[in-house]
Design a protein around this ligand. Structure first.
Ligand SMILES: CC(C)(COP(=O)(O)OP(=O)(O)OC[C@H]1O[C@@H](n2cnc3c(N)ncnc32)[C@H](O)[C@@H]1OP(=O)(O)O)[C@@H](O)C(=O)NCCC(=O)NCCS
Length: 157
């Protein structure tokens, strides 16, 4: 379930559930964009005070905050792009698929034509999640800053 206005307690849960240990951070940063690996101290403030053109939801499952999903435009050549993170302890339980499905259902009621997902070419988990939901890889995409980045698109409606 996507939570659009998290309480302080829910932010706290995101941090303790997903960013607490070096292993958690290693998991999060296993497939970095352009070798950028945020540290825990940088990640939480960025998520709590996102740029104006980014929307963020926390993901709640079984009474716990298990990750986040964001959407918007941070990287100039990557508009209408979503980001998704499920904490290490909660991975491979179908939570990423479920969160993305809920997000797509919401965007299907908007005027947006399509949404995009960018990830590292070796990020099999993320690729599976996107393919499961009908995203198609744009084979000719070349990212100007990271040769390992691949692009997927889902046409809405
Ligand atoms: C990628 C990520 C969001 C997947 O979350 P998840 O909740 O584990 O995904 P799901 O449980 O919905 O799994 C979807 C499918 O991918 C598979 N999968 C998940 N992680 C995998 C991995 N590391 N290696 C291989 N397959 C994986 C699942 O088994 C499942 O397969 P299925 O369709 O055959 O059942 C999560 O691993 C994550 O947050 N990683 C760190 C951050 C990240 O890389 N985010 C994306 C940046 S663009």
């Amino acid at each position: 379930m996507l939570i659009s206005n998290p309480t302080n307690e829910q932010w706290e849960q995101l941090s303790t559930n997903c960013f607490a240990t070096p292993e958690d951070m290693e998991y999060i940063n296993a497939f970095p964009y352009n070798n950028i690996r945020p540290e825990r101290e940088q990640l939480l403030p960025f998520l709590q005070r996102p740029p104006a053109n980014i929307t963020l939801w926390l993901i709640k499952e079984e009474g716990q905050i298990v990750g986040f999903l964001n959407f918007g435009h941070i990287i100039p050549w990557q508009p209408d792009a979503f980001g998704l993170l499920i904490g290490r302890k909660f991975s491979k339980k179908g939570y990423a698929k479920k969160a993305l499905r809920e997000f797509i259902a919401e965007k299907n009621t908007s005027n947006l034509q399509s949404i995009h997902g960018y990830c590292h070419r070796d990020n099999i988990g993320m690729i599976r999640v996107m393919q499961f939901l009908g995203f198609i890889q744009e084979m000719d995409y070349r990212d100007p800053e990271d040769a390992n980045t691949i692009k997927f698109t889902l046409v809405l409606h």
